[in-house]
Design a protein around this ligand. Structure first.
Ligand SMILES: *Cc1c(COP(=O)(O)O)cnc(C)c1O
Ligand SMILES: [Zn+2]
Length: 397
């Protein structure tokens, strides 16, 4: 392992990576830093291809020292599917969907949970707590169970019942909150404060290693394209961890000299019912203002006040990317259209990305011939209500 320290991207302060850490004193999330020169001496990119098909193939660039602490259910190395029929319809010849729906617990949240729980275990944490919109709590409860660690998960009442069931099945201490994720966050903060250090706050970007798990999506995209970068990567943005992670991964690969200098343009996709990043990007602001009355069927991206707003906006601007909001009704129609043409049932967050691609291509922001990767961040099966079957005729017996 080549982890050296944690760094604050806002004020530059370095923090010890050998003990559990949350935010910097200035309030910013922390980023894990590695001795990349040592990584370059230790491993060549071709070696990864000879290793097992999971995210631990990138172990030199991950924060876990002891193999015994690795907590895994086989997460990572998800397929990059071509979507030629849908691509032709919208004028994007090289449209690729990275299907995170095949990840354990049915969403890419398992990547962050696998690495976050493994490192927390290595640092001696015995109980984690977090607020969640559903998928993260389900994933962390599941991996905590596998690590023999306790988990307290606070979730809005409106979160999908499947995520509640996953938490209960994993033996987690589940708290339902009659409010939004911010209200669940206040409950967790109170619990952690009263715990005298016995409960570790593992909320989104409040600890540095969930991001390390999610960044592996960036490594995989590049490795699966034969160590080439696509032109555009389109990501459904809630807390923004995946987007920040992909940006971090691309930066590391470029510093390692494993990819060309020109990085893909990153696109943050939100619902028109909750679009704080889109609004801040359009206003040229460095920070996002909280979104009032957030609502969308894409519950994974219902984050009215993301803690990583600065890092998201930096990633978009540094890559000449953009941010776009799409309508629930429109992306649910695209979800159906895509499933009928390509045979893959997307999650609504993934469908929102397709709508974004369609609109950005129509407006010329995505040019003809560009290679575009869309992240389908979860399994369509976790959202059974996105497809209306009320009109299906019932035959007499
Ligand atoms: C959490 C989640 C997102 C948003 O992920 P961030 O990295 O926090 O922006 C998108 N899609 C699904 C299915 C999710 O569960
Ligand atoms: Zn700081």
């Amino acid at each position: 392992m080549h982890l050296t320290h944690l760094e604050c991207p806002r004020c530059g302060t370095e923090h010890d990576a050998g003990v559990p850490q949350n935010l910097c004193g200035c309030g910013s999330p922390l980023l894990a830093r590695y001795d990349l020169a040592a990584v370059r001496r230790t491993v060549e990119p071709e070696r990864f291809g000879l290793r097992p098909a999971d995210l631990w193939r990138y172990r030199e660039l991950l924060p876990v020292t002891e193999p015994a602490h690795v907590t895994t259910l086989g997460e990572g190395w998800t397929p990059m599917l071509r979507a030629p029929a849908y691509g032709a319809e919208i004028g994007v010849d090289e449209l690729l969907v990275k299907d995170e729906g095949l990840t354990p617990t049915g969403s890419f949240k398992a990547r962050g949970a696998a690495v976050g729980v493994s490192r927390a275990r290595e640092l001696g944490v015995q109980r984690i707590a977090m607020p969640t919109n559903g998928n993260a709590g389900a994933a962390w409860a599941t991996y905590a169970a596998r690590a023999g660690m306790g988990a307290t998960i606070a979730m809005p009442l409106s979160a999908p019942t499947i995520c509640r069931r996953e938490c209960v099945a994993a033996g987690a201490d589940l708290r339902l909150v009659d409010g939004l994720i911010g209200d669940a966050g206040r409950q967790v903060a109170a619990l952690v404060a009263a715990s005298a250090g016995s409960v570790f706050d593992a909320g989104t970007l409040r600890e540095p290693y969930r991001l390390e798990g999610k960044k592996t999506m960036g490594y995989e995209i590049v490795e699966q394209l034969g160590w080439q970068v696509p032109d555009v990567i389109v990501y459904p943005t809630g807390g923004g961890v995946g987007l920040i992670g992909i940006h971090k991964a691309l930066g590391e690969l470029s510093e390692l000299g494993w990819v060309e200098d020109k990085l893909p343009r990153l696109v943050a996709v939100q619902s028109t019912g909750c679009a704080p990043i889109v609004r801040a990007f359009a206003a040229g602001a460095d920070r996002a203002e909280p979104w009032a009355d957030a609502h969308t069927v894409a519950f994974g991206i219902t984050v009215p006040a993301p803690l990583g707003d600065e890092l998201i906006l930096t990633a978009l601007r540094a890559t000449a990317g953009t941010a776009i909001a799409v309508d629930d009704a429109e992306f649910l129609a695209d979800l159906r259209d895509f499933a009928a043409r390509e045979g893959l049932l997307l999650c609504p967050e993934g469908a929102a990305c397709l709508t974004a691609v369609r609109r950005l291509r129509a407006g010329g922001w995505i040019r003809a011939g560009e290679r575009v990767v869309v992240l389908n961040t979860g399994a369509g099966l976790k959202y059974p209500d996105t497809v209306d079957v009320s009109g299906v005729p019932v035959l007499p017996a």
